[in-house]
Design a protein around this ligand. Structure first.
Ligand code: NAD
Length: 299
């Protein structure tokens, strides 16, 4: 199927990145968010990120102007999805919210439109089941930051048709990304493997096997990872890690996925990582230095 018009729902961290890559690849983008301020902020972020690409020599001024001209904003889903060939939902990670949004998209998007979700952990099959077109619902899991990260994890729900899957794989390549397909089971592939590693790193800290810096240094240098698992957890958000581990735990009914009690405590106390200013490390505005939180620093 020929895709030209794309509606992106949610203009947060992921939504602005997704709108950016589609617009830059020549698609017409309707960026939709309930929050008008968020739409304004998203356009500013997209402008800054396009500038960064110009500085790196991978985009021209004309390319930036064209990309921005391809994006329009909207606060109502019903209106924003009317002309869409593809809808990519990137709203807040909450099951009830996503089910409600998909019912609304389904009621207002053209009959042929493919409905994709960028969810990190919610079942594609469950989302598809509340629509009248379950065969056309699919996972399109971009990674953060979207303009930089190459992977799109394409998740086939139980009912997703082979044709829809083929279209989304081809489309991901058109965006300059590398798609990899997975079936719809808890955590798909990326988070099913990443989250237990992060949880195990937190257990190693909790049980006193090693300190924050040692754990991250061993994994970073020993496994050639760009950052250690504790720093990565801070970057993702400890609340997000906690909720994905709970999805794995409940979905598989296997205690090996239960969040470490230290992670539970940190989330309960509001220590959520970079976004709250402190997690395993402390984050000060403007500072790029990695400082271990006083709670874990050795005397
Ligand atoms: P975010 O909180 O930055 O943005 C969510 C946006 O959704 C907000 O701007 C909010 O106003 C908007 N929103 C909420 N309800 C809405 C509604 N009814 N209609 C329209 N907009 C609505 O969240 P995010 O980090 O961008 O995550 C979005 C999705 O992407 C989630 O499903 C998340 O699991 C997934 N994801 C996140 C990351 C990441 O690293 N942040 C990575 C991969 C996937």
């Amino acid at each position: 199927m020929d895709i030209k018009n794309v509606a992106v729902i949610g203009a947060g961290t992921m939504g602005n990145g997704i709108a950016h890559v589609f617009a830059q690849s020549g698609f017409t983008v309707q960026l939709i968010d309930v929050n008008a301020d968020q739409l304004k902020k998203a356009l500013e972020t997209i402008g800054k990120n396009l500038d960064r690409q110009i500085t790196k020599g991978i985009l021209t001024e004309a390319g930036k102007t064209q990309a921005l001209a391809n994006i329009t904003t909207e606060t109502a889903i019903a209106k924003g999805v009317q002309q869409a060939d593809l809808v990519v939902e990137a709203a807040t990670e909450n099951v009830a919210l996503k089910l409600k949004i998909f019912q609304e998209i389904d009621a207002h998007a053209p009959e042929n439109a493919i409905l994709a979700t960028n969810t990190s952990s919610i079942s594609i099959t469950k989302i598809a089941a509340v629509t009248k077109r379950p065969g056309k619902v699919i996972g399109m899991h971009f990674m953060n930051p979207v303009p930089v990260m190459k992977l799109v994890e394409v998740i086939n729900g139980y009912a997703t048709t082979a044709e829809v899957s083929k279209t989304i794989v081809a489309l991901s390549k058109q965006l300059g990304k590398i798609p990899a397909e997975a079936n719809d089971y808890p955590g798909f592939v990326a988070n099913r493997i990443l989250m237990p590693m992060i949880n195990e790193a937190i257990y190693s800290l909790y049980e006193g096997v090693a300190g924050v810096e040692e754990i991250d240094t061993i994994m970073k240098l020993g496994m050639a990872h760009p950052m250690g698992p504790l720093q990565l957890a801070d970057f993702i958000g400890l609340d997000v890690c906690y909720s994905i581990l709970n999805v794995l735990h409940e979905g598989f009914g296997n205690p090996k996925y239960a969040p470490c009690p230290l992670l539970t405590n940190m989330v309960t106390a509001g220590y959520l990582g970079a976004k709250s200013g402190e997690g395993f490390y402390k984050y000060e505005k403007g500072s790029k230095e990695l400082v271990v939180s006083g709670r874990f620093r050795k005397a």
